[in-house]
Design a binder for this molecule. Structure first.
Ligand code: SF4
Length: 249
């Protein structure tokens, strides 16, 4: 499928909060449990702990929990060079709102130039192998640098996001000798947005264009009613919709 078919141009807008936010009876307890998991992780790992934020809504909720409870946890993100301006715009918004700097990890420029020269700007559409190679250069290599010297990382994975994530644990081995922590793994989409509404968490305006999961611009589209949360990621592929950041060990 051609990148020219990007659905962004025609995407309608609607407030994600109005559409999704529903405070459940369990949410107060889930918030308390998530804070406890973060506090325990901060004690157990100290400076070895980092929040690896995709700047998606789940990660922003976790950043809010970290900042609200003054937890000494570093926050970092990947700038692949292909992100939407709206996504990058969250970095200064986090600094402004919480007084927390987000460490930004970018791919090695020379590797990107070589890859694009060899495979083209639209390599990701040619095959799953080339798409994964692009993710390798732009995401996996900088992630490895982000996690170097760390003993644990925090993600915004939720079990509800896709079939492939249905069994995400709160605390699991990442296969590289670190703990991977997903403190809101049991939250629903409605609960995530209810938290955003209650605590006025800054979020990506693209979520208001029916994009629940936002990655690189060429590889993200809006989803339709009834589609899987991650159906808009690499929508031309019949794959598990993962880039390799969260493979099972
Ligand atoms: S999501 Fe798309 S543009 Fe981003 S690194 Fe992967 S293949 Fe490349």
């Amino acid at each position: 499928m051609s990148a020219a078919l990007s659905p962004l141009a025609a995407a309608p807008t609607s407030s994600a909060i109005a559409l999704y936010a529903r405070w459940s009876r369990e949410l107060d307890g889930k918030i308390g449990a998530a804070v406890e998991r973060l506090q325990d992780a901060a004690v157990a790992h100290g400076a070895g702990l980092v929040q690896s934020s995709s700047l998606g809504v789940e990660d922003l909720v976790i950043t809010d929990l970290i900042a609200r409870h003054r937890l000494p946890i570093d926050i970092a993100t990947l700038d692949t060079g292909k992100l939407h301006a709206e996504t990058l715009g969250l970095i200064p918004r986090i600094a402004e709102r919480y007084g927390r700097e987000v460490a930004v990890f970018q791919p090695v420029n020379e590797q990107v130039i070589q890859f694009v020269r060899r495979e083209g700007e639209e390599a990701m559409f040619k095959s799953i192998e080339l798409r994964k190679a692009c993710c390798g250069v732009r995401k996996l290599e900088p992630l490895a640098r982000m996690l170097k010297g760390r003993s644990a990382w925090i993600t915004g994975l939720r079990r509800e996001q896709s079939g492939a994530r249905a069994e995400v644990a709160f605390d699991e081995d990442d296969g590289q000798g670190r703990r991977k922590l997903s403190p809101i793994a049991d939250w629903t989409w409605a609960e995530v947005w209810a938290y955003v509404e209650r605590f006025e968490v800054p979020t990506n305006p693209l979520h208001d264009q029916f994009m629940p999961s936002i990655g690189c611009a060429p590889c993200t589209r809006a989803i339709a009613v009834g589609e899987d949360f991650r159906a808009g990621r690499w929508w031309w592929e019949d794959s598990s919709k993962e880039c390799g950041l969260h493979v099972k060990p």
